[in-house]
Design a protein around this ligand. Structure first.
Ligand SMILES: C[S@@+](CC[C@H](N)C(=O)[O-])C[C@H]1O[C@@H](n2cnc3c(N)ncnc32)[C@H](O)[C@@H]1O
Length: 291
């Protein structure tokens, strides 16, 4: 247990004192240590510009744990489970149903019709929602596939994140009225959700197509498996090296005819990745070389 030592004052374990974190500023060296660790384990990069955001999140954790910055840092080095909780607290999980409408138009009118041709009816179309947060993206994918696929075609979605809290909400599939009514078009709401006392629950017919998993994008997934990877508003938080690493893995994890959809602020422009930009009628997305 960490101890505060003051000359002439009896020493007590830290937890016995009231600890005001403002008395323990996170100095440059400590910030660099944390930043390097976070980068390494998750790809998420905290620039000096968002140091204030990082510090306020870290201080809250330290307050709850009653630990000092370096004490907690050492704890992270020795405890992978604590690293998971730490990352959960640091991630930005903002999301919504049908976020970035043009993606869904492209999916419905261009990508799904093409996947029906290339994959056929002999197996499920395999989709990966990478960085799915609280599930809205994966459920939107499922609704659009359900609406668009012709009889005889099927699909499966693997949805992953490193935020355990978000994955819990995702797997629950329950959303308050305001959230669902604001973002889900009424026809979809009626067809794919059950109305409950305080919100809407995704119907089992949609849920059964999705598996929610804890998976860190810094680790390999499923070589040569996916027909479509959707990773939006995730890599924007990554450093350049991790960004490339993940894109290389996406290339490896996808099949030759596959598609990749990134967020509106994420681009592979001028990068040699093996994916090329397709300017569709509704917006842009990527196709693996060879299409
Ligand atoms: C801003 S949300 C985007 C959610 C959704 N894709 C969308 O566009 O609405 C970013 C998500 O990426 C997740 N994330 C960040 N780093 C990750 C990593 N290394 N592996 C898996 N998920 C990660 C975060 O936990 C967060 O839920």
């Amino acid at each position: 247990m960490y101890e505060i030592r003051k000359e002439g004052v009896e020493t007590k374990p830290l937890s016995l004192y009231y600890v005001n974190m403002e008395d323990f500023p996170i100095d440059d060296q400590t910030f660099t240590l944390y930043r390097t660790l976070i980068d390494k384990v998750s790809g998420i990069h905290f620039s000096s510009g968002n140091r204030v955001v990082f510090e306020s999140k870290l201080k809250e954790i330290l307050r709850n744990r009653k630990m000092l910055p370096m004490e907690y840092y050492r704890c992270l080095l020795s405890d992978p489970e604590e690293v998971k909780l730490f990352l959960d607290a640091l991630t930005t999980n903002l999301t919504s149903f049908f976020r970035n409408r043009s993606n869904w138009e492209s999916l419905q009118h261009e990508i799904i019709p093409d996947l029906m041709k290339s994959v056929g009816k002999s197996r499920e179309i395999r989709i990966w929602s990478a960085g799915c947060s609280t599930g809205e993206e994966a459920y939107t994918l499922a609704m659009v596939f359900d609406r668009t696929l012709l009889p005889g075609y099927t699909y499966k979605i693997i949805a992953c994140d490193i935020s355990l809290k978000s994955l819990h909400t995702a797997a629950e599939g329950w959303y308050p009225f305001e959230k669902a009514e604001k973002d889900v078009p009424s026809g979809f709401l009626e067809e794919y959700f059950d109305r409950e006392e305080k919100g809407y629950r995704v119907k089992p017919q949609i849920k059964e197509h999705i598996v929610f998993n804890y998976h860190n994008l810094m680790n390999p997934m499923h070589s040569g498996y996916f027909d479509l990877i959707v990773c939006r508003n995730v890599l924007i938080y990554f450093d350049k090296e991790s960004f490339f690493k993940v894109i290389r893995q996406f290339y490896n994890d996808s099949l030759p005819h596959s598609y990749l959809i990134l967020g509106h602020s994420e681009t592979l422009f001028n990068l040699n990745t093996g994916f090329h930009l397709k300017k569709g009628r509704y917006g842009c997305y990527y196709v693996k070389e060879g299409i």
